[in-house]
Design a protein around this ligand. Structure first.
Ligand code: F3S
Length: 64
């Protein structure tokens, strides 16, 4: 089953690293925190390396 990423919005500081790296997957919402609007906009490897691994507060997760 495909893994789906999600952003813990309570933890996101709005640094926009994930949005800068993967704009086809993440965007800023009206509250200036990130949301994963298109989980299939990149490979799982890209999401892991360019978003999950580099988010400074580690608030992007794989749905369990
Ligand atoms: Fe927020 Fe982390 Fe992205 S702090 S804007 S989810 S890189």
């Amino acid at each position: 089953m495909a893994k789906i990423a999600w952003v813990d919005k309570d933890e996101c500081t709005g640094c926009e690293v994930c949005v800068d790296n993967l704009p086809d997957v993440f965007r800023m919402d009206d509250d200036d925190v990130a949301e994963c609007y298109n989980p299939k906009g990149a490979t799982e490897e890209e999401i892991q390396e360019d978003a999950i691994d580099v988010c400074p507060v580690e608030c992007i997760h794989w749905q369990k």
